[in-house]
Design a protein around this ligand. Structure first.
Ligand code: ST9
Ligand code: ZN
Ligand code: ZN
Length: 305
């Protein structure tokens, strides 16, 4: 009888296919997300009892949170599509904490993985795994091992060099407590809103901004026109652009991720571009990068729908 040596055994193991990936549900996140969505649905049914000023304040908080993600984490830090002076970077970091979507560092790392490994297992919200997964499901399970394995190679040195990013990352939870909860709840109480109503409106605002953001990963990766590259999933979706402050022009964005407007068009349905342009008027935003008409026309001709 032939015996197998230790070396041969390890050689055989090395040749064996990798251990099969098994999805692991994070029940804490599932329960928190169910609670958040149920509380938000209930708040919608009692919206008419809120003071008009509370409604206006909630809308302002929605815009602030969205700009913190779009002009901040997304266009400035994840893509370096423009440069921002220190006061603007500090403002955007505070705005970003109101959105409570992970620190700028973690958000940008996941987002760079999303662009580099789009629609593969190394993409944290791979849209080939279905609508539910890329919308919310990816936050309810452990990440696929490929995300960490392939993501290791992503250069984050510019983020590590940015003191504002590192400060926000270090004090992320206190900053979220202040910007996402304490300030939004305290302000309406100043004009007599009850604590309970203020708290419920705060949850509703958080839930709405999360879903608008997630729609970029789900809806805009599935439905719409593909005028710049017909071979990829991301699409131009005006409905998402309207709800996500100009981030629905996703076919353009995946083809030209360095364009500060994330769209061929300037301010059209694009609140974030208006914000960045306004900051540029004050000298706070500089080096706005834009795709040249020649490059754009050549790309449309080569891969457009
Ligand atoms: C939220 C985020 O909602 C939303 C982001 C949306 C992005 C949208 C993008 C769309 C386009 C942009 C347009 C913007 C539009 C905005 C519109 C506004 C209306 N690379 O993560 P861990 C490694 S958050 C490299 O814990 P688990 C790394 O070593 C909502 N390496 O994975 C890491 O350790 P460390 C609130 C990576 O354990 C380690 O792996 N939050 C990468 O599998 C572990 O990482 C929540 O709901 C990478 N990309 O857990 C849940 N990733 O960090 C919060 C990981 O120490 N998250 N590594 O370096 C969680 O609970 C967990 O992350 C988990 C996965 C359960 C989801
Ligand atoms: Zn995308
Ligand atoms: Zn992007």
């Amino acid at each position: 009888m032939q015996t197998i040596t230790e070396t041969q055994t390890s050689e055989i193991l090395a040749m064996a296919p990798e251990k099969k990936y098994r999805m692991q549900i994070v029940w804490r996140n599932v329960l928190l997300m169910i609670a958040l969505h149920l509380a938000s649905l209930y708040t919608i049914t009692i919206l008419h009892t809120a003071a008009p000023l509370t409604l206006a304040w909630t809308l302002l908080c929605i815009i602030i949170s969205e700009v913190g993600v779009t002009a901040g984490a997304h266009r400035l830090w994840a893509h370096k599509s423009y440069k921002a002076k220190l006061p603007l970077r500090i403002l955007l970091a505070f705005f970003n904490s109101m959105a409570f979507q992970n620190s700028i560092l973690e958000w940008s790392r996941d987002h760079r993985s999303h662009h580099k490994f789009s629609e593969t297992d190394a993409d944290p919200h791979n849209s080939n795994r279905g609508f539910f997964f890329c919308h919310i499901g990816w936050l309810l399970v452990k990440k696929h091992p490929d995300v960490a394995k392939k993501g290791k190679g992503i250069d984050l040195s510019d983020l590590y060099d940015d003191h504002v990013v590192m400060f926000q990352n270090r004090f992320y939870l206190p900053s979220v407590l202040l910007m996402c909860f304490i300030v939004p709840i305290a302000v309406p109480m100043y004009w007599g809103e009850t604590f309970l109503m203020s708290y419920l409106m705060c949850l509703l605002r958080y839930c709405l901004v999360l879903n608008c953001t997630w729609m970029v990963n789900s809806v805009a990766h599935m439905w719409g026109y593909r005028p710049y590259d017909k071979n990829i999933n991301p699409a131009e979706n005006s409905f998402v652009a309207l709800l996500a402050s100009g981030e629905g022009y996703h076919n353009y964005h995946h083809v030209f991720p360095y364009d500060y407007s994330t769209s061929e068009y300037g301010v059209k349905l694009n609140l974030t571009t208006t914000f960045i342009d306004t900051m540029a008027l004050f000298g706070l935003a500089t080096h706005r990068r834009k795709v040249s008409p020649e490059v754009l026309a050549a790309r449309i001709k080569r891969t457009g729908q």
